[in-house]
Structures are given as structure tokens and as C-alpha cells.
Design a binder for this molecule. Structure first.
Ligand code: SF4
Length: 249
């Protein structure tokens, strides 16, 4: 699917909306966190339905529609069942902040019950209302994503030293965009980590190796070293542990 401007998507395209205290949830499962400084840790994922972007390499298109209506109470109960003594929980999607009204109180409850809470978002929606103790992992879209310029620059002020910013990179143009974005906004001084991650083919299946990367990690590493870029290279480790086509891992 080619990228589309967020503003060109109708409410219907963005996926189901809730207006009665229910959330629309694609899946809740336990796996290992795959692509942040928390990578490798056991983590419960709450994947919300609906997205207002259409990234060209999106591997989560199954979240655009469907899902199951759940109350925040039942989401909390399922997270607690999967991880009995607190631990790590990641709120993801789709774009989870499309359901901000129900999500913010849920995140506050999880924090209160001693979960470490991560949220993965594109940064197109306002981040200011995300509780400060939640670790924001913000995926700033590069030109090849098909959704460039969707990160709202006003969100830079909502980032803290707890947060992480990720760039998924397909080619040299994406790399230069990410490198210059980091430098222009002193991103490394604002957040805990800046991560450059090679994009994965969305139809990847079978071998668990770098042949599925749209950009060879070695090439990306060499560019980063040459430029002394203030970012770290990240790989989506779950795609090297399990068949990259598997969902729910
Ligand atoms: S923001 Fe995420 S879920 Fe939405 S289209 Fe882009 S990659 Fe897919």
C-alpha cells in the first residue's frame, strides 16, 4: 500500500472509533520487547485498532480495521493475567493515541499498579496528555515511509529524558533526513535514546535474517560511523527470533 497524507484519510479509513467508554483492541499478547532500549525484555503488548497513516512498509495493516470492543477494565484484567507482578507493558497499534480518551486513564492505572508502561506512536497526535511516567517511543516517519512530515514538531516539547525516538530507514534519503533531524533539533539531548532502524519488507516470510531488510544494516552502520551520528542502530529482534510473518510475537 502506498503512503497517503494523514489528512486525506476519512474517519472510516482510520478504523473503528469508540464513543461509549469501550476501546477497540486488535490483540493483547505477551512476547519480548523488540525494538527499543527495552529490547529483549518480556513484555505484554496491547495493540489498539485503527491508524490514521498508511506507511508503505507497514507490517501492521491488520490493525486498520476489525478488532474487539473491550472496556479499559477488561484490558487491565487481561494485562494483569499475562504479567502477574507488574513488569513491562507496551501500548501500540495502529495509532494508539486515536483512542486517547480511554487510553490515558488506562495508562495511569497501569502505572499505579507498578507496570512500566511504553507507548509507541508516530507523533502525529498530541503527546502532551500522555502521563509523564509513560515512556514514549516516537516513530518519526522518514520520506520513504509515504507519510513524511506527519510528526508534529510541537511534540518536541513533550519529549523527556525518559523517551525514545526511532527512525525506520529504507535508503540514503531517509538516512540523511534522520541524521539532519537529530542534529537540527538536538534530539540526543532531549531523549534517552535515538534509534535508527533498517526498514523490514512487510511481506517478509521464512528465513530470520537480514535478507528481509530494505536497507542492509551494514550499510546503515557504515553511514552512522562515518557521520558520528548521535543515534544507535536498532534491529527488530523479534524478526530474527521468530518467522517475520508471525503475528502475536
Ligand atoms: S503508523 Fe504504524 S500502524 Fe500506522 S501505517 Fe504507519 S507503520 Fe502502520
Amino acid at each position: 500500500m502506498t503512503g497517503e497524507d494523514a489528512s486525506s484519510l476519512t474517519a472510516n479509513d482510520q478504523g473503528p472509533t469508540t464513543s461509549d467508554g469501550f476501546m477497540q483492541i486488535t490483540e493483547i499478547y505477551k512476547s519480548l520487547q523488540g525494538e527499543s532500549t527495552f529490547a529483549g525484555l518480556p513484555c505484554v503488548f496491547v495493540r489498539l485498532t485503527g491508524c490514521n497513516l498508511r506507511c508503505s512498509w507497514c507490517d501492521s495493516e491488520y490493525t486498520f480495521t476489525g478488532g474487539q470492543r473491550m472496556t479499559a477494565d477488561s484490558v487491565f484484567t487481561e494485562v494483569s493475567r499475562l504479567s502477574r507482578n507488574g513488569g513491562l507493558v507496551e501500548i501500540t497499534g495502529g495509532e494508539p493515541l486515536l483512542q486517547e480518551r480511554e487510553l490515558v486513564p488506562l495508562m495511569e492505572r497501569l502505572l499505579h499498579e507498578d507496570f512500566t508502561v511504553l507507548i509507541e506512536t508516530s507523533g502525529e497526535r498530541p503527546l502532551a496528555r500522555v502521563p509523564k511516567a509513560v515512556v514514549k517511543i516516537v516513530d518519526v516517519k522518514c520520506p520513504s515511509s509515504g507519510a513524511p512530515d506527519t510528526f508534529d514538531l510541537a511534540n518536541l516539547d513533550a519529549l523527556t529524558s525518559n523517551d525514545e525516538v526511532k527512525f525506520v530507514i529504507s535508503d540514503r534519503e531517509d538516512y540523511e533526513f534522520a541524521r539532519d533531524f537529530v542534529s537540527r533539533h538536538n534530539l540526543d539531548t532531549r531523549v534517552r535514546a535515538v534509534i535508527f532502524s533498517p526498514a523490514f519488507r512487510k511481506d517478509a516470510i521464512g528465513p530470520r535474517d537480514v535478507s528481509h531488510c530494505l536497507l542492509d544494516p551494514q550499510r546503515l552502520a557504515e553511514w552512522m560511523i562515518a557521520d558520528d551520528v548521535k543515534a544507535r542502530l536498532g534491529l527488530q529482534i523479534h524478526k530474527f527470533i521468530w518467522d517475520p510473518a508471525l503475528k502475536g510475537v
